[in-house]
Design a protein around this ligand. Structure first.
Ligand code: FE2
Length: 231
């Protein structure tokens, strides 16, 4: 596993980090998000794109009791200032399946992130927005993991967690500082690779994905975006 950790003081690549150590669950991470039926098409794309499939649910977490509480279903909304493409209106997405919410792999991933973030920030209560995305590339039509371009997401910490890639090239993540100066880029290729950013001080972008072999029936990139906001 590779972590790209562009928090403060630069952009560091860390191999075999704490999150992976001792976890027998991590190599099976792909098992909890595996089929096209896990996703629904995003009908709100203001660029007219049909390449994005997703779900959405939010949780709350308090380190004091270590319990993730699923929040009532609610629309996802970003301001136009944060998301110039799809911001400024409510978007109603299909919620995560209960089997996904309850999956021990997801629980392990979220518990470890919450522990790390709480240690790093001395903050114990988090709102956690879960966005599993499938970005599809079709013959002659690329998929756009970040159609809004270089952006922030209006939260404190953002994690892009690689679930898997099938028959695609591209999908390079770029991180820039508050002045939009380049800090680094990475093409996450392996399941469980992830990139974590201080979303208040960093901007991020992801390049398009294209079909690698057009003779194969599918081409897609599955990522779980996890957004943490202090409450
Ligand atoms: Fe983002």
């Amino acid at each position: 596993m590779i972590i790209w950790w562009p928090m403060d003081g630069g952009f560091r690549k860390v191999i075999t980090p704490r999150l992976a150590s001792g976890s027998k669950l991590m190599p099976t991470g792909r098992t909890f998000l595996t089929t096209g039926a896990d996703f629904f098409s995003d009908e709100y794309m203001r660029d007219g794109g049909t390449y994005r499939y997703r779900r959405y649910s939010a949780l709350e977490y308090d380190v004091a009791d270590g319990i993730f509480r699923l929040l009532p279903r609610a629309p996802y909304e970003q301001s136009k200032a944060v998301n110039h493409l799809n911001g400024g209106f409510k978007r109603y997405f299909e919620p995560l399946e209960q089997s996904f919410i309850d999956h021990p792999v997801l629980n392990k991933i979220l518990t470890d992130f919450c522990r790390i973030l709480s240690d790093a920030t001395r903050h114990d209560r988090w709102n956690i927005k879960l966005h599993p995305y499938r970005i599809v590339a079709r013959d002659g039509v690329n998929g756009e993991p970040a159609p809004e371009g270089l952006h922030q997401d209006g939260v404190d910490i953002i994690v892009s967690y690689m679930i898997g890639r099938v028959n695609v090239t591209g999908g390079v993540s770029t991180v820039k500082d508050a002045s939009k100066q380049f800090l680094g880029d990475v093409e996450m290729n392996l399941p469980n690779d992830f990139l974590i950013c201080n979303n208040r001080t960093r901007f991020h972008d992801v390049s398009a994905v294209a079909i690698e072999n057009p003779k194969m029936p599918f081409a897609y990139r599955d990522v779980l975006v996890i957004a943490f906001e202090k409450i």
